[in-house]
Design a protein around this ligand. Sequence first.
Ligand code: ADP
Length: 185
Amino acid sequence: MEQPDTQKQIKNTLIKLELADITTLSFDAVVNAANSSLMGGAGVDGAIHYTGGPEILKECKQIIKKIGTLESGKAVITTGGNLPARYVIHTVGPIWDGGTHREAELLTSAYRESLALADSKGLVSIAFPSISTGVFSYPIFEASEIALTAIRDYILNNPTKITLVLFALFSHLDMGAYRRAMGKV
Ligand code: ADP
């Protein structure tokens, strides 16, 4: 059987899948799969704060002072600190709890809100990790379809200036799931 592509053009936006460490990417924005406290954590969150340095955490603390906690499905933006990316968009995906606790809706929202925030800043390139599929345990096949559907729908329904959306995938297993989803969406 033919392998689905690792990229797809929708209107003026290219969606691309790559095996990559998101902390190495020179994008306008990289997205952090954060938790509601914005105080850092494991996985991609830890890697972004470790490589990005203390400036990112300082801004996260200022944001938390104002808003208390970042709800699941929402997104905020900070500097990229020492990362090659200009900005970090911090979003919180849902913690998987069987699938009947609005997980799909919240995961869709995390992608959509991140894209809307990038657009509001006039950014044109954005890289996502696979939100919620690590510590938050969202099943990868479902999550990858939701991720690509959310991005497609955002591009189709909004006059976006974003020309490149990259998925920085961290394992061959994740790549396989996203390629499969690319063929379906
Ligand atoms: P969540 O808490 O939202 O599940 P995790 O960070 O635990 O977030 O996992 C999300 C995904 O990010 C996982 O697939 C994990 O393997 C991946 N990941 C971890 N570090 C990196 C990195 N440096 N670059 C890109 N992806 C990463």
